[in-house]
Design a protein around this ligand. Structure first.
Ligand code: ASP
Length: 448
C-alpha cells in the first residue's frame, strides 16, 4: 500500500499520483512542457495547494511541478521509503494530569528524513513520544492534528476552528491544552485564542520551536515538556505561550497570550512579554508563578466560546510620506476596521487627517496603537493626537499593534455596530490592557 493518502497531497496532484500508482519514496518521472524530471517522490510539507508534485532530484534539489492535463506522471520503480519510524507509545500513568497536545504545523511539528529530504508536518502521539519520551513522566498525553500549516498560512478561519476544537476538548474535561504552532504568527494566534476562549477552567498553552525536533540543536523537546507541565499543573487558567526564557535550556517561560511578541528571527528566546510580565516559569520540572495577577484554574468554571473574527480589518503602518489614498482605498473596499500603527505617543501626519475622518464618518472603526511597541499611547499630549481623538480614533493604550489588530478583528466578529465595537475594544477582555506602567518594565534584553 502506498503512503500517498497521508502525505500532504490532495486535489489534482493526488489524483495523478494515484493513477500512476506512485507512493512516497518511489522513483518517478514527471514530463511537463517538454522537460523531464526524474527522482524520488517526497511528501508535501504542508496541506497547501493541491496541484504541485514534489520530486527530489539526483542533485539533491527538490523540484515542485504543477500538474495540468498535459503533464505525464510515471512510476519508474520502488525507491527508499522515508524513515519516520516511531517507537511504541509508553505506558500512561493514570495518576498524572490529562493534557491534549494539538498540532497546527510549523517547525515544532516537522520531522526530516535525511535520506529523501522529506519534511513531514505532523505530530502524532507516537511521533511525540519518539522525540520526547520524558513526556510520559509529566502527563497523560493524547494528541490531535487540527491542521498542518506553517503559521504564515494561518488565517482567521483557522483561529475559529482551533478555538472550537480547544473548547470541545475542555468540555470533555482535560486538565490542560497545549497547541504546537509555528513561531512566526504564534503570538497572533495566542491573542486570538485569548479573546475567543473566555472564563477558561484550565490553561491553554501555545508552544513552538526554532529548530525541528530531529535536529540536535532543537528546542522542541524542552519547550514541549515545559508547556505540558504548565498545562497539566499550573494554577493559572489563561491562554499562554511557552518558549525558552534565555538561549540556554535552563527554563521555559510562559507569557500571557495578549502580551507576547516574536522579537528575534532565530534565537530560542525569541518571544518576550511586552508591556507586561510572564505568567509562569517551568524550571527543573517545577512550575513557579511570576505574578499574582492571573486567572485561577478551576474545573468548575464554564468556558465561554466566542470564536468569530472579522476578515475585513486592515493594518496601516504610518511612515513619513504615507499616502492617505491607502486609507481611502480600504474604505472604498468596504473595510470595517483599520488599525493605525502610529508614531510615538500616537500620531499620523496631518496629511492623513481627511482620510481618517472620512473613514470614521463612513462607519469604519479606526483604532491606534504605537509602533514604538513598548510604552502606551497618550494622544492628549500633542495637537496631532488630540485632533485624531476628535475624529473618533480609538487609542489602544499599551496594546502593541499585533494584539490591537487581532482584537479589532475579534471585536468586529462580535458586532456590526460601530458604537458597540468601540465599547468592546476599550474593555479589558484578556489582560491586553495593563492598568498601569510598572517601574520594573524593561526594554528588550539581548537582541544581538
Ligand atoms: N515559518 C515557520 C512557521 O511559523 C517557522 C516556525 O515554525 O517556527 O510555521
Amino acid at each position: 500500500m502506498s503512503q500517498i493518502e497521508n502525505s500532504g497531497y490532495k486535489g489534482e496532484a493526488l489524483r495523478f499520483l494515484k493513477q500512476a500508482d506512485c507512493g512516497i519514496g518511489d522513483i518517478i518521472r514527471v514530463t511537463s512542457k517538454g522537460k523531464v524530471y526524474e527522482g524520488i517522490l517526497i511528501p508535501r510539507s504542508e496541506l497547501g495547494e493541491g496541484t504541485i508534485v514534489i520530486v527530489k532530484m539526483k542533485s539533491g534539489y527538490n523540484v515542485g511541478i504543477k500538474v495540468t492535463k498535459d503533464v505525464k506522471v510515471e512510476k519508474l520503480g520502488k525507491g527508499i521509503k522515508p524513515a519516520f519510524a516511531s517507537p511504541p507509545i509508553p505506558k500512561q500513568n493514570p495518576a498524572l494530569p490529562h493534557v491534549v497536545i494539538m498540532s497546527t504545523g510549523g517547525t515544532i511539528a516537522s520531522r526530516v528524513d535525511y535520506r529523501t529530504g522529506a519534511v513531514r508536518s505532523a505530530l502524532s502521539a507516537s511521533d511525540l513520544y519518539g522525540v520526547v519520551p520524558e513526556l510520559s513522566d509529566v502527563a497523560r498525553v493524547d494528541t490531535e492534528i487540527v491542521f498542518s500549516l506553517y503559521s504564515e498560512n494561518i488565517t482567521q478561519k483557522h483561529w475559529t476552528e482551533l478555538a472550537q476544537t480547544v473548547a470541545k476538548r475542555i468540555e470533555q474535561g482535560v486538565d490542560g491544552v497545549v497547541i504546537a504552532h509555528g513561531t512566526d504568527t504564534m503570538a497572533y494566534t495566542s491573542a486570538a485564542l485569548s479573546f475567543a476562549l473566555q472564563n477558561l477552567p484550565v490553561p491553554v498553552i501555545l508552544v513552538g520551536a526554532q529548530r525541528s525536533s530531529d535536529r540536535p540543536s532543537s528546542d522542541a523537546a524542552t519547550n514541549l515538556i515545559g508547556a505540558v507541565k504548565a498545562a497539566g499543573e499550573a494554577p493559572f487558567a489563561e491562554v499562554g505561550l511557552a518558549m525558552h526564557e534565555t538561549v540556554s535550556d535552563t527554563a521555559i517561560i510562559v507569557h500571557r497570550g495578549t502580551k507576547v511578541r516574536k522579537c528575534h528571527t532565530s534565537r530560542r528566546d525569541t518571544f518576550k512579554s511586552i508591556n507586561g510580565f510572564p505568567i509562569a516559569k517551568v524550571k527543573d520540572l517545577q512550575v513557579t508563578m511570576q505574578t499574582d495577577q492571573y486567572q485561577r484554574r478551576d474545573a468548575k468554571k464554564k468556558l465561554v466560546l466566542k470564536p468569530n473574527f472579522c476578515e475585513k480589518v486592515a493594518l496601516v503602518k504610518f511612515y513619513p510620506g504615507l499616502d492617505p489614498a491607502i486609507i481611502d482605498f480600504y474604505v472604498e473596499k468596504g473595510i470595517k476596521g483599520i488599525l493605525l500603527e502610529g508614531s510615538g505617543l500616537g500620531h499620523v501626519s496631518k496629511f492623513c487627517f481627511d482620510a481618517v475622518k472620512n473613514a470614521v464618518e463612513k462607519g469604519v472603526v479606526v483604532a491606534l496603537a504605537s509602533q514604538c511597541i513598548w510604552g502606551r499611547v497618550n494622544m492628549n499630549v500633542y495637537d496631532t493626537g488630540r485632533d485624531l481623538l476628535s475624529f473618533g480614533v480609538v487609542p489602544l493604550d499599551d496594546m502593541f499593534p499585533e494584539t490591537g489588530l487581532v482584537k479589532l478583528m475579534w471585536v468586529l466578529g462580535q458586532t456590526d455596530d460601530a458604537k458597540k465595537a468601540v465599547k468592546l475594544l476599550k474593555t479589558n477582555i484578556a489582560g491586553e490592557f495593563s492598568p498601569r506602567t510598572l517601574p520594573q518594565e524593561k526594554i528588550v534584553e539581548g537582541g544581538q
